[in-house]
Ligand binder design. Structure first.
Ligand code: SF4
Length: 250
């Protein structure tokens, strides 16, 4: 390990120690490579923490298997399955109406300092984040992202150097892990081939919403359940002008 790389590890561990809250961190563990690094750094740093993984019910089975190998990560189930949530909201989540993360993934850590593996390099949106920040939706929650300035290559170097186990999907060419058919992911074909059963569950939920609504969904009209499904798969669409309030509605 060269000095430069040693420095960024030391810096991340210093950050963990410097911001340690009395009650310890709430570590949000996704099962992805970045959270594997965070989990290892946190164990090494000696700070107090409890680690949690939120199941969404449309997680790749390989990811869930990997999460289950972590003895100190508590697995939490959502109040509603993704399919129940879609029926409850009467619409499919989409890129601009991503209500499911709120319900399925971001419910924990209230009143706590939540530690994550967010990195600037991951996306333009994440490049705007700060290392320590307040949750904009819940004022009792703060975030610490100790490896925010790491590159992807830093993450892999750390994983290889420390011989950390990671989810097998990376070795199959998956670059980022998340829910099967997540609306933020445009690689729908790859997901349909890899996880046909879960993709059929999305399709059933989509067509059930269409039938439930009579074709008018969040200010848009769809001619058929199939049209709604294909529109959702295309990842191009927005529901309409007034879709955003639905994001916050129960
Ligand atoms: S499908 Fe995507 S947006 Fe929805 S909970 Fe999963 S990761 Fe979040």
């Amino acid at each position: 390990m060269n000095d430069l790389f040693g420095n960024i590890i030391d810096r991340a561990i210093e950050r963990l120690r410097a911001f340690e809250p009395e009650e310890g961190y709430y570590l949000a563990y996704s099962g992805g490579k970045d959270s594997d690094v965070i989990l290892d750094l946190t164990r090494r740093s000696g700070v107090k923490f409890d680690a949690h993984h939120s199941l969404t019910t449309c997680d790749p089975p390989e990811l869930v298997r990997h999460v289950k190998t972590q003895p100190d990560v508590e697995i939490q189930r959502p109040k509603m399955t993704m399919w129940e949530l879609i029926r409850h909201k009467k619409m499919m989540p989409c890129r601009t109406t991503r209500f499911c993360c709120n319900y399925q993934k971001e419910t924990g850590g209230n009143g706590r300092v939540v530690m994550t593996g967010v990195r600037w390099q991951e996306s333009n949106r994440r490049a705007q984040r700060k290392m320590v920040e307040q949750c904009y939706r819940n004022k009792t929650k703060r975030y610490l992202h100790p490896i925010i300035d790491w590159s992807e290559s830093d993450v892999w170097t750390y994983i290889r150097t420390r011989k950390i186990k990671y989810c097998s999907l990376y070795d199959e060419g998956f670059k980022r892990l998340g829910c099967v058919l997540c609306p933020m992911n445009s690689n729908t074909q790859q997901h349909m081939e890899r996880w046909p059963r879960l993709c059929r569950a999305w399709e059933r939920a989509c067509k059930a919403v269409y039938n439930q609504s009579g074709g008018k969904i969040a200010n848009r009209n769809f001619e058929s359940a199939e049209e709604y499904w294909q529109w959702w798969l295309s990842r191009d669409g927005k529901y309409g002008q007034n879709e955003m309030p639905l994001f916050f509605r129960d």
